[in-house]
Write a protein that binds this ligand. Structure first.
Ligand SMILES: NC(=O)c1ccc[n+]([C@@H]2O[C@H](COP(=O)([O-])OP(=O)(O)OC[C@H]3O[C@@H](n4cnc5c(N)ncnc54)[C@H](OP(=O)(O)O)[C@@H]3O)[C@@H](O)[C@H]2O)c1
Length: 289
């Protein structure tokens, strides 16, 4: 779970609450919020993320994931602000054998992916200063995500059947936030804006959902024997198709900014420690060069 923010110049007089209340499905509110805050930087982590529900609610998904980012980009351009926006591995169809690079042809398999791709295109079309950070398999110690679901199920079930034919990089929201902060620390918004474009930003390495669940169970040290059974996607049908290969190459990010995220295992360990100890810990050298 990533949190959106609009950074306030020292002259801004409006309270953060007004931005917290912003409903991205309401175009008028976007214009009013940006006008009143006069931001230097807008970080948009908000999205319609209900991947399966989006299949039956395409208008809602496109309003938040496509129209709103376009409007944010337009307003950011008028305000001279940098827009940082998160996108997804689901813009790809997963047919490639290797990790996807930014220039690879997008071909989303589901409504959510199409709506996120439309958001990327809307931002690009505005032609302002922006960074689109595509990430994958995001989880955190809060919210609703795979990590928290598996933790709960490990306490409730004797056997878990988990998809093993989709691979990607589980990426903690904390590591992603650290990487974003590192970009902002390195360069001012203008310099970052000059590097405008799409960047892939995920934890290092990859695994399957089953591999991710096995590592969660290992860290949890489940007191009883729980069988984790690998299954094919076809054995767990869902309304939205998912790409089989969600791996994203982070080379462009590293070459351009020298930023690399930790391994997915290190990110998970840090998040697990946070859950255990109730406080936030970093995954070691989170954004090492
Ligand atoms: N989760 C993943 O596996 C994944 C993978 C790749 C990319 N991403 C991308 O990463 C970003 C963050 O994802 P996440 O997993 O952190 O999502 P998340 O936990 O579902 O959070 C989405 C946030 O967007 C807010 N939101 C939804 N509709 C809104 C609206 N109309 N107006 C204002 N805010 C609204 C939600 O607010 P409420 O809580 O109030 O509803 C929530 O805070 C998104 O751009 C997503 O597409 C996620």
């Amino acid at each position: 779970m990533l949190k959106s923010m609009i950074s306030f110049p020292s002259s801004a007089r409006k309270s953060k609450t007004e931005v917290d209340m912003l409903d991205l499905a309401k175009p008028d509110q976007i214009a009013a919020a940006v006008r009143s805050v006069k931001p230097d930087i807008i970080v948009n982590a908000a999205a319609y993320t209900a991947v399966d529900k989006a299949e039956s609610e395409p208008e809602a998904a496109f309003a938040v994931n496509a129209a709103a980012p376009g409007l944010l980009a337009e307003r950011a351009k008028r305000a001279g602000a940098l827009l940082i926006h998160y996108s997804t591995d689901y813009v790809f169809d997963g047919a490639k054998e290797m990790p996807y690079v930014e220039e690879d042809q997008a071909n989303p398999l589901n409504v959510y992916g199409r709506s996120k791709l439309a958001g990327e295109q809307a931002i690009g079309d505005v032609g302002g200063r922006y960074l689109i950070l595509r990430t994958s398999w995001v989880y955190a110690a809060r919210g609703r995500n795979f990590l928290l679901t598996i933790r709960r199920l490990l306490k409730e079930k004797d056997e878990l059947r988990v998809v093993s034919d989709q691979i990607g990089a589980p990426t903690s929201a904390g590591a992603l936030a650290n990487a974003t902060a590192e970009l902002l620390r390195q360069r001012n918004p203008t310099a970052l804006g000059n590097a405008r474009g799409i960047y892939h930003v995920t934890a290092t390495g990859h695994t399957s959902w089953h591999g991710f669940a096995v590592e969660i169970a290992r860290l949890e040290r489940a007191p009883r024997e729980i069988r984790l059974v690998p299954i094919a996607s076809s054995e767990y049908p869902l309304p939205a198709c998912r790409p089989k290969n969600s791996r994203l190459s982070n080379e462009k990010l590293f070459l351009r900014f020298g930023v690399a995220l930790p391994s997915w295992q290190a990110c998970l360990k840090a998040c697990h420690a946070e859950l255990r100890e109730g406080k936030r810990l970093d995954a070691g050298a989170s954004c090492g060069r």
